[in-house]
Design a binder for this molecule. Structure first.
Ligand SMILES: CC(C)(COP(=O)(O)OP(=O)(O)OC[C@H]1O[C@@H](n2cnc3c(N)ncnc32)[C@H](O)[C@@H]1OP(=O)(O)O)[C@@H](O)C(=O)NCCC(=O)NCCS
Length: 173
């Protein structure tokens, strides 16, 4: 398996993660966002030309109140650069085989690169309720209270992993 940037000729239409929104994004929007609008880059985990999973990132910034309280110490009160993990999904046929973890590690490596090249305090994700535990296992901390999960369509929970924790964990390697 290889992880690399999406290419225009990649066959995106067969990807099915079980989450319609995440599937629709890869089918209809990932390529135009990357190649026409330049508002994010999608990295794909591929094997034999098949997309097994993807992670979409874009640079952003967050106000200090958008970080977990434990991470705010000594930071200035103007907007702070972050890498946003906008979407992460693995094809249903390949879930539970470490591909989501490999994509997340790749994103941590990108975060390190952004820190070194442009400045970046960490990676931020809007975690869907079913994925909160996945991110927590990788050290992400919820920003504010975890949203209730009883609504029909619960809100995602912003979760953050700071650059120090990424470096301490080996920088995604
Ligand atoms: C969540 C997702 C990206 C994880 O990818 P994956 O390749 O299945 O995960 P991995 O195989 O790397 O899992 C690593 C570990 O996390 C666990 N895990 C996987 N998904 C999990 C979840 N949703 N909640 C809790 N734990 C999870 C696995 O059991 C595994 O545990 P182990 O190391 O003890 O065996 C994938 O299941 C997926 O695409 N789900 C549907 C879409 C989605 O929810 N995306 C996240 C949106 S924010």
């Amino acid at each position: 398996m290889d992880i690399r940037a999406l290419q225009p000729q990649d066959d995106r239409a067969r990807f099915r993660s079980g989450d319609d929104d995440l599937d629709r994004f890869l089918h209809a929007f990932a390529a135009q966002n990357q190649f026409r609008h330049h508002i994010g880059v999608t990295y794909v985990a591929v094997h034999d030309e098949s997309i097994l999973g993807y992670a979409t990132v874009s640079p952003g910034h967050v106000e200090i109140d958008g970080l977990p309280t434990s991470q705010r110490k000594k930071l200035p009160r103007y907007p702070l650069p972050i890498l946003r993990l906008a979407r992460l999904a693995v094809d249903a046929s390949a879930q539970g085989q470490g591909i989501g973890t490999a994509l997340l590690r790749f994103v941590l490596m990108l975060t390190m690169r952004m820190t070194d090249d442009y400045g970046c305090v960490g990676v931020l994700v809007d975690a869907k309720p079913a994925a909160i535990e996945f991110y927590a296992r990788h050290g992400f901390v919820a920003v504010g209270a975890v949203a209730g999960q009883s609504d029909a369509r619960p809100a995602p929970t912003p979760m953050f992993l700071g650059i120090k924790a990424i470096v301490d964990a080996g920088g995604g390697r």
